[in-house]
Design a protein around this ligand. Structure first.
Ligand code: URA
Length: 248
């Protein structure tokens, strides 16, 4: 709408974390979108970061103000902002990130793997909501030889603190004389859930790594490494959560 125009309106709406591109197109066509106060109902319009975009009269945030980080959390690191015992925190690994970000969920001190951090509270809230069912996949090394029955038990769900865990995807990746390696995918995020599930079947967890979070994995990163999500990765996270009864 001004001479610094950079991207199509529907793309800008998606990038600002409001809807999938497809949904954004619907909002535009149905006359719910205004740019700098003027209604826009055609898809060709281009906007820049300076333009004020409203949906149903609500101004949506600037894309630049959101930051999405994927960290490969090492073990022996806290997921909190500070630790009274002086242990390392995930923020010790994010040198150079000027924006204040917070983690989407937590990983235990002794768990390594994929942790997302952002300042986009709305997306964080939706991703953490068990109703959205984002799949989190873990690789667990456990002591002992895990039987097929125990795998079935984990798949069906077990009673944790009086409430059954939702069905999990579980497969055996390998074994040696004293341990078994499992892959476990769950949708919930209860406190120390995977470790407690493994305690329940009497195979305590020796090592736990989160290897996937929804469409994201750890490819290309070493423990302690991080990267920004690409805009198409962010869009996908939005799409996963928006397709389900969002207020918009
Ligand atoms: N389940 C656990 O037990 N620990 C984690 O850090 C994440 C899931």
């Amino acid at each position: 709408m001004n001479n610094q125009a950079t991207e199509r309106l529907q793309k800008a709406i998606a990038a600002r974390g409001i809807a999938s591109r497809r949904k954004a197109e619907e909002y535009i066509r149905s006359g719910r979108v205004r740019v700098n106060g003027k209604p826009v109902n055609e898809l060709g319009v281009k906007v820049s970061a300076k333009d004020k975009i409203e949906i149903d009269g609500i101004t949506i945030g600037q894309a630049e103000s959101f930051v999405y980080i994927l960290l490969y959390k090492p073990i022996k690191v806290m997921t909190t902002a500070s630790d009274p015992q002086g242990r390392k925190t995930v923020y010790d690994f994010l040198g150079g990130v000027k924006t204040r970000v917070f983690s989407i969920g937590r990983l235990d001190y002794d768990t390594s793997g994929l942790l997302l951090l952002t300042n986009d509270g709305e997306l964080a809230h939706r991703l953490m909501h068990p109703g959205f069912g984002i799949e989190k996949t873990y690789e667990a090394l456990v002591s002992g030889d895990v039987s097929k029955e125990s795998v079935q038990q984990l798949r069906r769900g077990i009673l944790l603190e009086g409430k059954k865990t939702a069905p999990a995807k579980v497969r055996i990746l390998g074994r040696d004389a004293t341990t078994t390696k499992l892959e476990i995918a769950i949708h919930e995020g209860r406190n120390r859930q995977v470790r407690k599930m493994l305690d329940f079947i009497d195979h305590p967890c020796l090592k736990l790594t989160r290897i996937r979070y929804g469409n994201l994995n750890l490819k290309g990163l070493r423990p302690g490494g991080w990267r920004y999500l690409t805009s198409s990765e962010v869009e996908k996270l939005h799409a996963i959560t928006y397709d389900q009864n969002h207020r918009w």
